[in-house]
Design a protein around this ligand. Structure first.
Ligand code: MEV
Length: 308
């Protein structure tokens, strides 16, 4: 069984599409996939099914992934362990799990690719492009490799040195939203109001730079404030909703150091940074009927595996 995680963006979504750095963390749950070689390429994701060449989005994404890997036809089954369309990168997770399963099923014992990480990432990106049109790649990176990292489109990905563990709480605050539509909506706003978009992106860039310093210095109070400011800038770009704002307010009222939407906005999830214990935040959200969970990003020192 091949697996992939998912991700939460701490700061910088949307601006990352335009070359501004963003910070994300990998989340453990995501998707699981199994593959076997077959006469015809077929894929089942939960209850959705597609066959190569049937014209559906799913089949086009699967065909693109197989083509990027140079893999023979496979039959793939995927189970998804996270809610979809809510900003956690489910489609990237499915793409990464599918690519891993196909590689396992078709290349066991074959000579390893020159750069297996790049190959996996590129296969997931060819899948993502079918669903999202113009993805930055941050979702695929988070699903494939996890950790806490800063990401620049088409360029450097840096693992961040997490000085103290980050305790995150995530709630599904609004209905699913289409990443493609949210990204295209912002592109139209940017065409109409280039100055607003440019100023917001520059603001986000400076928040992200400072957030890197906070994460590496263990300043969670500072990081929380930067997340709140990022939320204000995202709201100014019409990416927030009443439900997302309410979930952020509930989290802050329950002691969160900061809270913001995560992913494409327009619905979906909020992420809050807890001051150690996330349970008051989770309790406030549950009382409001929101599905939620917590996740700890370990400090880099805890995360370092001893060399064998
Ligand atoms: C979606 O998880 C993040 C966005 O920035 C889109 C992207 O980076 O491709 C909204």
């Amino acid at each position: 069984m091949a697996r992939a995680g998912s991700k939460a963006i701490l700061l910088g979504e949307h601006a990352v599409v335009y070359g501004i750095p963003a910070i994300a963390v990998g989340l453990k749950n995501g998707a699981r996939a199994e593959a076997r070689q077959a006469d015809r390429a077929t894929i089942r994701v939960g209850t959705r099914q597609a066959t190569s060449g049937d014209g559906s989005e799913l089949s086009r994404a699967f065909d693109a992934l197989l083509q990027t890997l140079g893999a023979p036809p496979c039959s793939v089954t995927v189970e998804v362990d996270i809610p979809t369309g809510v900003g956690l990168g489910a489609s990237a997770s499915i793409g990464v799990a599918t690519a891993r399963a196909v590689i396992e099923a078709t290349e066991a014992g074959a000579a390893a690719a020159a750069d297996p990480r790049k190959r996996l990432y590129e296969a997931a990106m060819s899948w993502e492009r079918v669903f999202h049109g113009n993805p930055s790649g941050i979702d695929a990176w988070g699903a494939a490799f996890g950790g806490c990292f800063s990401f620049v489109r088409g360029g450097g990905v840096h693992s961040l040195k997490v000085a103290v563990p980050l305790t995150l709480a995530v709630a599904v605050a609004g209905p699913a939203a289409s990443t493609r539509e949210m990204v295209e909506g912002l592109a139209r706003l940017r065409d109409r109001k280039p100055e607003l978009a440019e100023k917001s992106f520059r603001g986000i860039e400076s928040l992200v730079k400072n957030a890197v310093l906070c994460i590496e210095a263990g300043d969670c109070v500072g990081l929380g404030k930067l997340m709140d400011l990022n939320q204000m800038l995202l709201a100014g770009l019409f990416l927030s909703t009443d439900e997302l704002e309410r979930a952020c307010d509930l989290a802050r009222g329950a002691g969160a150091l900061g809270a913001k939407l995560t992913g494409s906005g327009g619905g979906g999830c909020v992420v809050a940074l807890a001051d150690q214990d996330p349970s008051p935040i989770l309790a406030a959200w549950r009382q409001a009927g929101l599905e939620c969970f917590s996740s700890i990003v370990p400090s880099s020192a805890e995360n370092t595996e001893a060399p064998s």
